[in-house]
Design a protein around this ligand. Structure first.
Ligand code: ADP
Ligand code: ADP
Length: 237
């Protein structure tokens, strides 16, 4: 469960870009965040893993207050926050298996050989997850030999290797065609339900948010202006 209350973010001395935002996302649920460019969507996601430091307010993940974590605890907590990116953020020259194992480490090792010395348990786990999303047969391929949708699946598995408490996806389908986008969105729904994870998706395409998620949060100028089912969202939104 993610519980955000009265979250404020101000960059420098400017106007706040998040103006006292409240949001609860239970496990097993997928929330799409929509809103015009500049509304504060990325800032919200980045506050959750503290890539951006919140100015005030509270962010609780499974009972742990994130905003006040000190360095060492923050590092541990971040390792349980799975990130999925628009541009996939894979290491092209590494194999799929190696990319996936980076999730376990939480960083990209300089010595590639480090990735081959994994406990069998981690390899089994990676195969299990790769099978689940349909990429197990690509384990030894280089990441840059895959299609966009396949690469995003690698990104998803890498995030799952972290044994995450939450998945944060920043425009995960923006580089994909509509058919592949649908598959990735459906995959995220399925994983949220099966793994009891809250999933927050920053999504550019309102049509996709309507079609693939049961709950949409609309942001405007740093505030939530909508939180509900797609059918309750104005047609012109
Ligand atoms: P969105 O993801 O909805 O497009 P952002 O969270 O990226 O919105 O941006 C919200 C506002 O915060 C914008 O006005 C943007 O210019 C500003 N902003 C984002 N990042 C920074 C930053 N690092 N420093 C100053 N202003 C920023
Ligand atoms: P996107 O459109 O993908 O959200 P942006 O152009 O908003 O990307 O932001 C790109 C980078 O610049 C981000 O790291 C963001 O935090 C930063 N940024 C955005 N707006 C500002 C700003 N007004 N001042 C400083 N940094 C900003």
């Amino acid at each position: 469960m993610l519980r955000i209350s009265q979250l404020v973010k101000r960059y420098g001395n400017g106007e706040p870009v998040l103006k006292g935002l409240d949001l609860e996302v239970p496990g097993e649920s997928v929330v799409s965040i929509i809103g015009a460019s500049g509304a504060g969507k990325s800032t919200l996601l980045r506050c959750i893993n503290r890539l951006v430091e919140p100015s005030s307010g509270s962010i609780e993940l499974n009972g742990v207050e994130i905003t006040t974590l000190r360095r060492e605890e923050l590092r541990r907590t971040r390792r349980r926050i799975g990130m999925i990116f628009q541009g996939f953020n894979l290491v092209d020259r590494l194999s799929v298996m190696e990319n996936v194992q980076c999730g376990r480490l939480g960083y990209i090792p300089y010595w590639r050989a480090a990735l081959r010395r994994y406990p069998q348990e981690d390899i089994d786990r990676a195969f299990h997850l790769m099978e689940r999303v349909g990429i197990a047969h690509y384990a030894d391929k280089r990441a840059d030999e895959l299609s966009g949708g396949e690469r995003q699946r690698v990104g998803v598995v890498r995030a799952l290797m972290q044994d995450p408490d939450i998945l944060l996806a920043d425009e995960p389908t923006a580089s994909l065609d509509p058919v592949t986008s649908r598959q990735i969105m459906e995959l995220l729904q399925k994983l949220a339900a099966e793994l009891h994870l809250p999933v927050l998706i920053n999504i550019h395409n309102v049509g996709e948010a309507r079609e693939y998620t049961e709950r949409i949060v609309g942001m405007r100028f740093g505030k939530l202006i909508f939180d509900g089912k797609p059918e309750d969202l104005d047609q012109d939104a």
